[in-house]
Design a protein around this ligand. Structure first.
Ligand SMILES: NC(=O)c1ccc[n+]([C@@H]2O[C@H](COP(=O)([O-])OP(=O)(O)OC[C@H]3O[C@@H](n4cnc5c(N)ncnc54)[C@H](OP(=O)(O)O)[C@@H]3O)[C@@H](O)[C@H]2O)c1
Length: 230
């Protein structure tokens, strides 16, 4: 019997994170959970720079995970809501959005990259958002979230190029999970038929990853694996 494959799941305490955990656990994967909460394997705040060394120390004597999924993301918090217009942009909130939506993904990649080997390819998924597509932006607003997710997408593109030099089979993707019921989507009026359960979104993400050999690394993929323009 082959050894179970390993998933490093960051943001494992979030709505989509929990559902992804349950999906992969049901498929027999070994899962390393990472979150700012305490009931996890790695209790880390990825937006802090010291998270890089914590991760490096953790993986120093362990093989690279087969799959990394980073669910960390922020849209609103403590009274900060997505901006409707220019005058509502606050530098502190934009900085916070970049810290969580971009820097946490950078730190996670920096923390595990020493463990990537030529012998074993890795699949990396960053949960991004359709509204981070510059091409798709027809409504405006939501500046901090859109700006930070667009920056995340650029990071993913660069990472896919750099990690292809480590192993041609490495795959790096930004994935839009679809509008999913969670604390993130709760304040908004979403049409019921456009709001998916975390379980359905996790199943769709699982299918995208299961077929990831078919997709070009460095792509921005929708939950149905169609390409989202940058
Ligand atoms: N729900 C949707 O409709 C939707 C749509 C498009 C894209 N997405 C994206 O999908 C991902 C998961 O969303 P969700 O709906 O599951 O949201 P959620 O339940 O609010 O979970 C968000 C996750 O982000 C992490 N996070 C929040 N603040 C953080 C901080 N200051 N530092 C580090 N981590 C922080 C949390 O990690 P901890 O585990 O440390 O608490 C949590 O696991 C996000 O990237 C989101 O942008 C969601």
């Amino acid at each position: 019997m082959s050894a179970p494959r390993t998933l490093l799941l960051a943001g494992s305490s979030g709505s989509i994170g929990k559902a992804i955990y349950n999906k992969y656990a049901s498929q027999g994967w070994r899962i390393i959970t990472l979150s700012r909460t305490t009931d996890v394997d790695l209790s880390v705040s990825l937006s802090e720079p010291d998270s890089v060394d914590i991760l490096k120390d953790y993986f120093i004597d362990k093989p690279c995970p087969d799959l990394v999924i980073n669910c960390a993301g922020i849209l609103h918090e403590n009274g900060y809501m997505p901006e409707k217009q220019l005058s509502e942009i606050k530098s502190l909130w934009l900085q916070k959005s970049v810290e969580v939506n971009v820097i946490s993904h950078i730190h996670l990649a920096q923390g595990i990259e020493d463990s990537i080997s030529k012998a074993k390819p890795i699949v990396w998924i960053s949960l991004s958002a359709m509204v981070g597509s510059i091409n798709d932006n027809g409504l405006g607003g939501w500046y901090s979230y859109r700006i930070s997710k667009a920056a995340l997408n650029m990071f993913i593109k660069g990472l896919s190029i750099e990690w292809s030099r480590k192993n041609k089979l490495n795959k790096v993707f930004a994935v839009h999970p679809g509008t999913t019921k969670s604390t993130m989507s709760d304040p908004f009026n979403v049409r019921k038929d456009k709001l998916y359960s975390p379980e359905l979104s996790a199943q769709r993400i699982y299918e995208v990853i299961d077929n990831s050999e078919e997709y070009k690394s460095g792509s921005f993929l929708n939950w149905d694996a169609s390409l989202i323009p940058w």
